[in-house]
Structures are given as structure tokens and as C-alpha cells.
Design a protein. Structure first.
Length: 314
């Protein structure tokens, strides 16, 4: 079994800690798969700035292959945030350079490489939508993170992506159970093989068109947590790795018992992730921190700052 993260990377800047950390949905899934003992790789675009160099080195240091990634001129994207009561609160986002934002082209070489993996994971932040039909047609299972933004839940977007996705992840902590179940059913009806929702304190739900399974959240005292960064990605990775171990493939759909086991494994990995700094540690001082204590601003949640789920997403 092996996993490829195909798409986004970013730097998570914790202003209260004065520390930058490597991250990004597709990077995280690859790193967490490696943490669970699988061979894993990441293919994406790194900036040629200092942040991009540090980020690329941090990913490689996790034992994740980066040979099919490229480096382009331009700045690396930065998410700015801080931790409040164990939860990460987003303060802003710098998208990075235009060339760095442009997705990695799905060349015949990259497509053949992706086909050598059991699972390829991508996301709404990766710009891979146009290549999904060819990616799915090449043979690997495909998972895709739809995030929690409404623009990625319109019928047109679901119709574009779901037919080429074996596992759709939807963050649903802002929805009640009825709305979550309806969204999962819609994703499957529009073509996804499985649809998984993480719902913060309310646990997680998976639906495959026949079976719906529910798992409670595993929570901890917020004061004992490092932060919730990467918990949703850890849930997805634990869930998918559990299914792969149970024989999941295009020809073999997961049995109901395998889905329930996968939910439990996902919850365990999300819980474990909450005691890790940022996505997977390996941070370095921010430019402001390196400039000296007098240059560091007090963290403040400005207009439009969005808080994530208050506890692990499952």
C-alpha cells in the first residue's frame, strides 16, 4: 500500500508561538500515511523562497518522497493563525506567487507515477479538477477533500468532481446531522464512491449509497491539547489506510464492518494529532521572531477571521 499527496502545500504561521510550520492538506495526508507505516510521496509546486526551501526539506525529512515535485520562482503561501483554548484560529492568508499557485500539470510521466500508488489524494486547493478523469482512469483510488466552503458544494462543482472520486471528504462541523447526511447522499448520488463527513464534537459519518455508519468524537481537555491543526487530515488518512488494509479497491467495496472500523481508526488518528504542534512539528522562527521580541505584534483576530472546529473533527 502506498499514498500520494497531489497538490497544495503551505506554511502555517503561528503568530502567538512566533513559529512557522510546514503544512497543506495534500502534504499532511502524505506525511500521516508515512507515519502509519505506508510508503508515501508528495507531488506539488514549491516556491523558490526561503519558506519553500524549508517546507520542502521538512516534508523530505518525514520520509516522504518529493522527486516529482517542482520548484518555481515565487513566494510560498502562508496561513496566519494562533491558538486559543487548544483550537487554531485563522487570522489571514497570503496566497503566494502566481507561478507557485499554478497547479502541477498532469503530464504522461506524472500520470504514470500516480498510477503506481494505491491511493492518490487531492483537494479543492490543488487545482487538479480538470485532471481527475485521467487520474481516476489511470487506476489508483482517488480521495478528495472538499473543505467546508459552499463554493465547493454547488451541484456544478459536485458534478465536476464526484464522478472521479472514490472517497469524498467534507468538513461539516457547521451543519446539523440531517444536513450532513443529505450532503453525503448528494455527493454519492453525483458519483462519489464513499462520502465522509467530519463534524467536530459531533463525530463523523460515512455513506456509500447503501450503508451509513456513525462514530462519536474522541475528545480531550482543551487545556491538554497542542492545537487542532491537521486533525481532519489525520482523520481522513487513518480512515483511508484502514480501508486499504481491509482490501478496499475499485473492485471491492468496503463492507459495513470495515467502514465502522475505519471510522474508529480515523477518530484515533485525529485525537493523536491534537497533541502534535501544528501539522507535524518541524517549525522554525518566523521572520518577525528572528527580528527580535520588540518586532512581534500581539495576535488579534481581525475582521473575517474564521475559527476552526473547537476540538478534533472526529
Amino acid at each position: 500500500m502506498n499514498v500520494l499527496g497531489l497538490g497544495d502545500n503551505t506554511v502555517d504561521r503561528f503568530v502567538d508561538r512566533g513559529t512557522d510550520y510546514p503544512g497543506g492538506n495534500c502534504v499532511n495526508v502524505a506525511v500521516y500515511a508515512r507515519r502509519l507505516g505506508l510508503d508515501a510521496a508528495y507531488a506539488g509546486v514549491f516556491g523558490d523562497d526561503d519558506l519553500g526551501t524549508r517546507l520542502r526539506a521538512a516534508v523530505a525529512a518525514q520520509g516522504v518522497g518529493t522527486d516529482h515535485s517542482v520548484v518555481r520562482p515565487g513566494a510560498t503561501s502562508v496561513s496566519t493563525l494562533h491558538v486559543r483554548d487548544g483550537d487554531r484560529v485563522f487570522l489571514g492568508y497570503e496566497p503566494g506567487g502566481e507561478a507557485v499557485r499554478r497547479p502541477l500539470p498532469l503530464t504522461p510521466s506524472l500520470l504514470a507515477y500516480a498510477a503506481s500508488f494505491s491511493l492518490v489524494h487531492s483537494s479543492v486547493y490543488s487545482g487538479t479538477e480538470a485532471g481527475l478523469p485521467r487520474l481516476a482512469g489511470a487506476g489508483p483510488l482517488v480521495s478528495f477533500d472538499f473543505s467546508d466552503e459552499e463554493e465547493f458544494r454547488t451541484p456544478a462543482y459536485l458534478d465536476r468532481v464526484c464522478p472521479h472520486v472514490d472517497l469524498a471528504l467534507l468538513s461539516c462541523s457547521h451543519l446539523d446531522e440531517a444536513a450532513t447526511r443529505a450532503l453525503l447522499a448528494e455527493a454519492v448520488r453525483r458519483g462519489a464512491g464513499l462520502a465522509l463527513a467530519t463534524r467536530g464534537l459531533h463525530g463523523a459519518i460515512v455513506h456509500d449509497g447503501r450503508t451509513t455508519a456513525v462514530a462519536p468524537a474522541r475528545t480531550a481537555d482543551p487545556g491538554s491539547l497542542s492545537d487542532t491543526m491537521g486533525c481532519g487530515d489525520a482523520f481522513l488518512t487513518g480512515f483511508a489506510v484502514s480501508l486499504l488494509g481491509a482490501g478496499w479497491s475499485r473492485r471491492v467495496a468496503p463492507a459495513p464492518a470495515a467502514l465502522r472500523d475505519a471510522l474508529r481508526r480515523g477518530a484515533e488518528e485525529a485525537y493523536r494529532q491534537c497533541f502534535v504542534e501544528a501539522a507535524f512539528g518541524h517549525g522554525w522562527p518566523t521572520p518577525v521572531e528572528r527580528a527580535g521580541p520588540g518586532a512581534r505584534p500581539a495576535p488579534q483576530a481581525g475582521p473575517g477571521a474564521a475559527a476552526a472546529a473547537p476540538t478534533p473533527p472526529a
